[in-house]
Design a protein around this ligand. Structure first.
Ligand code: ADP
Length: 398
């Protein structure tokens, strides 16, 4: 077997074809175990090898564990491998590949594996599983067939596979952690509502030309927001793990309030609800992400409409108080009983009986809270049964 300085030259079209094929399959597989099996299958096939294994870092405990294995490797469920004192551990800690002709002669080799698998590892090729931000584990193939050593070509193929696999694994894990589908649906709802309302209005002959232009603008704006959201939907799940990427720009909340009121007015009108702004118009910039902040306010106002009584009132306020900027939404709905208040920001929590009043997933407020907190702020709620509810977002002034 030869070893080339430019490995890509030695790759056959059949290999690239297989990699391309697998990248399509991997990106559409959201269940972790089937995904790992596919990766192992392709890894053994591409490198002409006896066995393969995938080890993943447990994000909670920091332990490195076997997540899946094939071929002669038959690892007990989730066996832990020491980070210090194992080959996989070395790959993960260093973020580098390792090509060993004789594993037994390497003192990083973790003997526990051979004992557990009742097999002997001779040659090994391992690569880190790298996502955009970090190493999440390692992909290893062991015992090249015919006792030969792994080549540069094997390394190129395995690295290419690993980079696709890492992204797919990350996606599958996020999908498992969070009910991502429900979350996405919820996020899509608000812009969809704005678009639906605007298109409905456009069908009325009475709507004036300049209003039409305005509505088209809203539609364009919301469509852009939708496409940004589809791109960003994984970011939303990342909030869970505190890895949300926020813009850091000067944002004028007064502008956001005006936009949100404009968008929500048709929904409020449908229920004869008065929607007023009682804030200072002066600009009070905070540093943050305009889209996310708008998402928060859209949620609060849309809730205030949904859970209000017909012909009720909604007051949106923006005030400076003791070095903080307070953005609040007050409604004249039924109010929320004290025993439910503390649960409102939990995912999927809905006050019993809400289902009959309005559609919802119980995700909006937990997302809103995460966004506000990611801006260094906090969100509070006060409610009086029979009178209404006020949600307030407090932000440090820029
Ligand atoms: P959703 O509205 O989709 O159910 P949210 O997370 O936005 O999800 O809200 C969670 C729950 O909090 C709602 O189901 C509802 O029971 C309650 N809630 C939210 N806002 C209000 C409000 N303004 N007035 C009364 N109840 C509310």
């Amino acid at each position: 077997m030869h070893s080339s300085t430019n490995p890509s030259e030695t790759l056959k079209p059949v290999h690239w074809q297989r990699l391309l094929e697998i990248s399509r399959t991997l990106s559409s597989t959201l269940e972790l175990q089937p995904l790992l099996r596919q990766v192992l299958e392709v890894a053994t096939e591409l490198t002409d090898t006896e066995g393969a294994s995938i080890l993943l870092l447990d994000s909670q405990t920091g332990e490195l564990r076997f997540a899946a294995a094939t071929g002669q490797v038959n690892i007990g469920d989730n066996m832990v491998v020491p980070l210090e004192g194992s080959i996989a551990g070395w790959i993960v800690l260093n973020g580098k590949p390792l090509n060993l002709e004789d594993v037994q002669a390497d003192d990083r080799h973790y003997q526990g594996i051979d004992v557990a698998t009742q097999s002997v590892t001779h040659s090994l090729l391992g690569v880190p599983l790298l996502t955009r931000e970090k190493v999440i584990g390692a992909l290893e193939v062991i015992n090249k067939k015919q006792g030969a050593a792994y080549t540069e070509q094997d390394l190129t193929l395995l690295q290419s596979l690993a980079s696709q696999a890492a992204i797919a694994i990350e996606n599958a894990r996020l999908f498992q952690q969070s009910d991502l589908i429900a979350e996405i649906m919820h996020e899509l709802k608000t812009p969809m509502m704005a678009i639906t309302a605007s298109t409905e209005l456009l069908m009325y002959d009475q709507v004036k030309q300049e209003q039409r232009a305005e509505l088209v603008k809203i539609i364009q704006h919301e469509v852009r927001r939708l496409s940004r959201m589809t791109r960003d939907y994984l970011d939303l799940a990342r909030m869970e793990s505190g890895r949300l990427n926020l813009e850091h720009q000067a944002v004028d909340l007064a502008v956001i309030v005006t936009e949100v009121i404009h968008i929500q007015r048709p929904q409020a009108n449908n229920r004869f609800i008065t929607l007023v702004y009682e804030g200072e118009m002066a600009a009070h910039p905070i540093i943050g992400d305009a889209d996310r902040l708008k998402q928060v306010l859209l949620n609060l106002v849309s809730n205030a409409i949904k859970y209000n009584r017909e012909r009720g009132v909604i007051a949106v306020r923006l005030n400076c108080l003791n070095g903080e900027l307070c953005l609040s939404v007050q409604d004249t709905g039924e109010g929320i009983a004290p025993e439910h208040l503390s649960h409102l920001f939990q995912r999927f929590y809905r006050v019993p009986g809400s289902e009959t009043k309005s559609e919802g997933s119980g995700l909006g407020l937990s997302i809103a809270q995460r966004i506000v907190e990611a801006h260094g702020g906090r969100i509070t709620v006060e409610s009086v049964i029979g009178q209404g509810t006020t949600f307030s977002c407090w932000f440090p002034l820029a």
